[in-house]
Design a protein around this ligand. Structure first.
Ligand SMILES: [Zn+2]
Ligand SMILES: [Zn+2]
Length: 170
């Protein structure tokens, strides 16, 4: 090494790039080489961490593709052409839901009895012209409000429509 040369070194493995201190471009090139090496250096603990995380993501996605192909397709659709930063912004405040809910997805059992509607019904005991003020069913009103459960078919249709609108607005 002459007086005018210097070494840029990898802090992990000690790999050195000799450069001429009189040449700015030489120095820049040497630093660029060291940065590139750093991102792949087998002794860099971050490189190992990235490899491990990549392997974990691939394994997880492989499992998802096998067990829940629809969910895997959603992941591909949501992540396609986006960076991780964009993905996390998009997922903030959102939830991944199946396109269609069913007994198999656990929603039927989970939502049974959750939703009612109040409808006006006619008393089955009284005459409309002359309702009994002491009637146990209508209390003398003849028309009265009754809670009826929203049907599972309607709940499924509402969910499906929510997803359709969400996907159309993407
Ligand atoms: Zn190195
Ligand atoms: Zn009545």
């Amino acid at each position: 090494m002459s007086d005018n040369s210097h070494a840029a070194m990898c802090v992990y493995c000690g790999k050195a790039v000799i450069y001429d201190t009189r040449q700015v471009t030489d120095m820049e090139a040497a630093h660029r080489q060291i940065v590139e090496h750093d991102q792949q250096c087998p002794k860099n603990p971050l490189v190992k961490q990235v490899d491990t995380m990549e392997a974990a993501v691939y394994a997880l996605f492989g499992y998802l593709s096998e067990q829940h192909p629809d969910a895997a397709a959603d992941v591909v659709r949501v992540f396609a052409g986006t960076t991780w930063e964009q993905v996390s912004k998009r997922l903030d405040g959102l939830a991944l839901v199946p396109r269609e809910i069913s007994a198999a997805t656990g929603h039927k059992a989970g939502m049974i009895g959750d939703f009612n509607e109040s409808v006006e019904v006619m008393c089955s005991e009284c005459e409309q012209d002359d309702p009994d003020p002491d009637c146990g069913e209508c209390g003398g009103e003849f028309f009265y409000q009754q809670d009826v459960p929203v049907s599972w078919t309607t709940i499924k249709a509402i969910h499906k429509r929510i997803v359709e609108i969400a996907e159309a607005s993407e």
